[in-house]
Each structure stands twice: as structure tokens, then as C-alpha cells.
Design a binder for this molecule. Structure first.
Ligand SMILES: Nc1ncnc2c1ncn2[C@@H]1O[C@H](COP(=O)(O)OP(=O)(O)OP(=O)(O)O)[C@@H](O)[C@H]1O
Length: 272
């Protein structure tokens, strides 16, 4: 009896202060961000589930990019940035000073608006991250290259030209190479900031199909200006306006029956 009471007490003391929800990769809790005096994000509160595609939509300047750049702490490259509240990654607050930013970035990869391969061969682009992490074994690197390019649906198109310069690829292929480069470090979450806005419709479709496949193994957060794209590929959608999260819901629900008039006006093209 005494033992049970002691164990129960110990259990109580080791309980984390928040309920870690295993199926959430990120949880924003009353998160605020300022660039100098200007507040760009206000009281953001929402949970991002694993193995889903979460779309972030909203008009220009509403804070979409700022939010996803906060999730891998890239936003801190701007010296005037201040943040408050909590951003939990798998239950740990990434804003805590002791949270290792390098480790975070190996877990949370990012793909940008414009494809940005390095001026190196296709092969060297993919092995860049693993090499930084100390992998030297040629056989392992070869396996990473094949697996990552397969994962990014690019392998068949480039397997015979791995030593050619990445700049020789089309824009859509370059973007899939950037996705492969991201996969090579085996992230948990992939952030995508308007990944198809610089691509033609066929390349866009390929990247959209790829995103659907990737969510089986990764959690994806994608900023998009394209309403149809959000509706096509995401499970949940967050609508930001003037730095506030107006609505967060299942994409199908938000696009068929939005809760907030401002969401309805935005998705029906009345502004933005
Ligand atoms: N480096 C910066 N310094 C100061 N203010 C910034 C900086 N970056 C963004 N902002 C401001 O923060 C607000 C949010 O910008 P952000 O780029 O996150 O918006 P966005 O929704 O991604 O816009 P877009 O759709 O045009 O990319 C804007 O008012 C912007 O001017």
C-alpha cells in the first residue's frame, strides 16, 4: 500500500507540465512574434498533427512565412526578432535557450519558394547534409542518394546523370532535388514555403503528388497562396490574417463551411 502511494506520488512529480500529445509534432501556445516594434504574429494557438499535410493560407504579409520560419528558428536570423509564448516540438519548447537549434534543424527540414540547389552535382547536393553529419562511407552515401531521390520522385529521371551539375535540371526537377536534399537528413517534419509558386503546372502537379506520398512518413507544413492547392493536398488548413490565426480546421470543413466570415471572404476571393 505504502509502495503504491509512493509510486503514485513519484508518477505525479515526473509528469511533464503539459500533456504531451503523441500525435502532434508542433503545438503553438499563445505564440507572439515582433520584428522590432512591429508585431507580426499575435496569440497563435494551434496544434499540428503528425503524418498530415497542414496548409497555411492568408493574404500577403499576414505572417505565414514568419510562422513557419519560427518552427525551425530560422526567423531568429533577423536580429530584431522577439518572441513570447511557447512553440512545442514533440512536447519540448523550442524557444528555451537550452534547446539545440542544430538538432531542431536536423528534425525540421525546409524547402523554399525558389528551388535553391547548390552549384554542385546532383549527387553532391543530396549528400551535402549527411556529409556535414559525419557520414563518409561511400556505400552509405550512395544508398542515401538513391533513397532520397526515390523519395522525391526524381530517381528515374536523374539516375544516369548523378554527376552532372544540378543547374542543368528543369525548375521542377530542381525543386524535387531540394526535397531530396531535405529527405537525405531524415527529418521528422518538412516545412514548405510556397514550394510550387515558381513552377509550371506539370511540375506543380508532380510536387503536389509527392507531398501526398511524403505524408506517410513525414509531417508536412506548407504555406501556399493557391487556394485550390490547399484544398487538393492538405488535411487541415490554418487561415492567418494580420498576424492572427482566424480559423484552423479540417480542410474539407473549412472550404465547404468556414466558421468565420473573414475566412469565407478570403477563400471565395473577396480579398487578398
Ligand atoms: N525581416 C523582417 N523585418 C521586418 N519586418 C518583417 C520582416 N519579415 C517580414 N516582416 C513583416 O512581418 C509581416 C509578416 O510577413 P511574412 O513574410 O511572414 O508574411 P507572409 O504572409 O508570408 O507574406 P507573403 O505571402 O507575401 O510571403 C509583414 O508585415 C512583413 O512586412
Amino acid at each position: 500500500m505504502i509502495l503504491i502511494t509512493t509510486l503514485a506520488r513519484e508518477e505525479q512529480t515526473v509528469k511533464p507540465d503539459i500533456q504531451v500529445q503523441k500525435n502532434h509534432v508542433f503545438q503553438a501556445e499563445n505564440f507572439n512574434l515582433w520584428y522590432g516594434e512591429k508585431q507580426a504574429l499575435k496569440n497563435i494557438d494551434f496544434d499540428i498533427a503528425e503524418n498530415e499535410v497542414t496548409a497555411i493560407i492568408g493574404p500577403s504579409g499576414c505572417g505565414k512565412s514568419t510562422f513557419i520560419k519560427a518552427l525551425n528558428r530560422m526567423v531568429e536570423l533577423v536580429p530584431s526578432v522577439k518572441m513570447s509564448g511557447r512553440l512545442l516540438y514533440r512536447g519540448s519548447n523550442i524557444l528555451d535557450n537550452q534547446f539545440g537549434v542544430e538538432e531542431l534543424r536536423t528534425k525540421v527540414g525546409m524547402v523554399f519558394q525558389k528551388p535553391n540547389p547548390f552549384p554542385k552535382s546532383i549527387y553532391e547536393n543530396v549528400v551535402y547534409g549527411p556529409r556535414i553529419h559525419g557520414i563518409r562511407d561511400k556505400k552509405i552515401l550512395n544508398e542515401i542518394v538513391e533513397k532520397s531521390l526515390q523519395g522525391a520522385a526524381l530517381w528515374d529521371e536523374v539516375k544516369d546523370r548523378l554527376n552532372e551539375n544540378a543547374y542543368g535540371l528543369s525548375g521542377g526537377q530542381q525543386q524535387r532535388l531540394c526535397i531530396a536534399r531535405c529527405l537525405a537528413i531524415e527529418p521528422d517534419v518538412i516545412l514548405m514555403d510556397e514550394p510550387t509558386s515558381a513552377l509550371d503546372p506539370i511540375s506543380t502537379l508532380k510536387v503536389e503528388e509527392l507531398v501526398q506520398e511524403l505524408k506517410e512518413n513525414f509531417s508536412i507544413i506548407i504555406v501556399t497562396h493557391n487556394m485550390q492547392q490547399a484544398a487538393r493536398i492538405s488535411d487541415k488548413t490554418a487561415f492567418f490574417l494580420n498576424g492572427e490565426l482566424v480559423e484552423f480546421n479540417k480542410t474539407s470543413a473549412m472550404f465547404s463551411n468556414p466558421d468565420d466570415k473573414r475566412t469565407e471572404d478570403y477563400i471565395t476571393g473577396r480579398f487578398g
